[in-house]
Each structure stands twice: as C-alpha cells, then as structure tokens.
Design a protein around this ligand. Structure first.
Ligand code: SF4
Ligand code: SF4
Length: 246
C-alpha cells in the first residue's frame, strides 16, 4: 500500500550560523550532548531514498532544513541525491529552507543546473521570527494549558534527522530536550497517529499547540518552565549520550 503525505522535513543538521532565542529546534543549545552528532550522513540519505521507493511513498514536498542546511558539509551531494526522488515521481519538489545568511546561491551554482532550477529556495529570515517571538521553553502542562496537537502535523509533516523519524520538528526537539528518545522511530511511518499514539502527551511539553495563548509572548529571555528546565539540567549535568542512529 502506498503512503501519501503533503509535506515532510529532512533536518540534515542542528548546527546553525545563528543562535536565535526563538529557535524551535533548540539549535542555540550547542552544549547539549547530542548536538555535535546531528549531521545526517550521505548513507542515511541513501537509506531514506531506498525506504521511500520501496514503500511507494509520495511526498508533495520535501523540505531540506536544519539548523542551517547550507553549512552541512555535504549539502550539495544531498541536493543532488534527493533529485532522484523528484525524477522517480516520489517527491513533488525539493525545497531548501535557509536563514539567508549563508551563500545558498553559491551552493546552487555548484550543482547541475537542472537540479538547481528544480530546487525551490525558501528564506526563513530570523529577523522575522524574532519580531513574532514566542518563548518556546514554556510547557503547556506547567502552565495549566491543554495539551493539543497543532497544524504542524499537516503543514510541515513528519521529520527525519540523524537519529530517525519524529512526528514533527518542534515535538522532536522538545522530546530530545527532555531526554525522551522513546519518540524516535527507525522506519518510515505510514500514519502519524498510529505510529505515535502518545503524541498528545508530547504536545503537553511543546508550546506550538498553544502558540496564541502563551503568556510572556513578548518576552525574549526564554526562561524554561519546570519540566523543560528539569530535562535540560539532566543533560547538562553530564549524562553520557549514546543513542542509536537512523
Ligand atoms: S536561523 Fe533558524 S535554525 Fe538557525 S538558530 Fe535561528 S531559528 Fe534556529
Ligand atoms: S504541539 Fe508540538 S508536539 Fe504537538 S503536534 Fe504541534 S509541533 Fe508537534
């Protein structure tokens, strides 16, 4: 049986050349132990492609992002490799989501013209994000707000990064921050809700579902609420990091 999804994200790195306070992937927390191993390898990209073809997956768009994807050492090879999925009809279009600081034009000029033309570049300038700042370290459960999934599930879709598949970008980021690796999956998920039946629990620790109702929405100090603070503290106290990769 084939799998159809409007959108999905490849989080090819968590590294970024900006460290925005409002980063919902927590790319500004460079001291977290899992951070330095966040680059996806070319072998992982090949494995993903194989899964997509074998499981007859069809994606409207595949967003290549990070972190800042343009600073991944193999971003050219990744874009070239992913073009196979466009040619095979498994992916409608590949998008490169950049903060606009990196020289993405130089990257596109260094890959075959046909692939560069087919790659849609979207700039997601941090300035715009900062203007709409929402502190993302506020856990709804700590604030007595309801835990509810948000539009990210359909608008952005599942993500794959160096460790595996996650239901959504912000949710994956929150799960890692809290040390909860039980949300990672190693095979392409056929259905989000079947694959992650406890997703709503995770939403209780993710600000996205309550974006419009969060207090302190104009604050920029990013003080974490209790649950997220406990997760970060656990990591920063020096727990060793050993986690299977995709
Ligand atoms: S530019 Fe984007 S990915 Fe980088 S830290 Fe800022 S919000 Fe995060
Ligand atoms: S609220 Fe967070 S965890 Fe829940 S669906 Fe939205 S992004 Fe994912």
């Amino acid at each position: 049986m084939s799998i159809h999804m409007n959108s999905m994200e490849l989080e090819i790195t968590l590294k970024c050349n900006l460290l925005c306070d409002s980063c919902d992937r927590h790319c500004n927390f460079v001291d977290l132990p899992y951070f330095k191993d966040s680059d996806m390898t070319l072998e992982q990209i090949d494995k993903f492609k194989k899964e997509v073809v074998e499981k007859d997956v069809h994606l409207g768009r595949l967003r290549v992002l990070g972190g800042e994807p343009c600073i991944h050492p193999n971003v050219r090879e990744i874009l070239i490799s992913l073009h196979d999925l466009t040619k095979s009809g498994n992916v409608g279009r590949v998008e490169l989501i950049t903060n606009g600081i990196s020289d993405h034009e130089k990257i596109l000029k260094s890959i075959p013209e046909e692939i560069a033309k087919a790659t849609k570049v979207r700039k997601s300038p941090p300035k715009k994000k900062e203007e709409k700042h929402r502190c993302n370290l506020l856990a709804p459960v700590d604030l007595g707000l309801p835990a509810k999934p948000c539009i990210a599930l359909t608008r952005c879709g599942i993500i794959l990064n160096a460790w595996g598949y996650w239901p959504c970008g912000s949710g994956g980021s929150v799960a890692r921050l809290m040390g909860d690796w039980g949300y990672v999956r190693y095979e392409f998920p056929s259905d989000v809700h079947e694959t992650w039946p406890t997703l709503t629990t995770l939403c209780g620790y993710c600000y996205q579902g309550n974006r419009g109702h969060m207090p302190f929405e104009n604050e920029t100090d990013n003080i974490p609420t209790r649950s997220l603070w406990k997760g970060m503290t656990k990591w920063l106290k020096g727990r060793r990091f050993k986690q299977r990769r995709y």
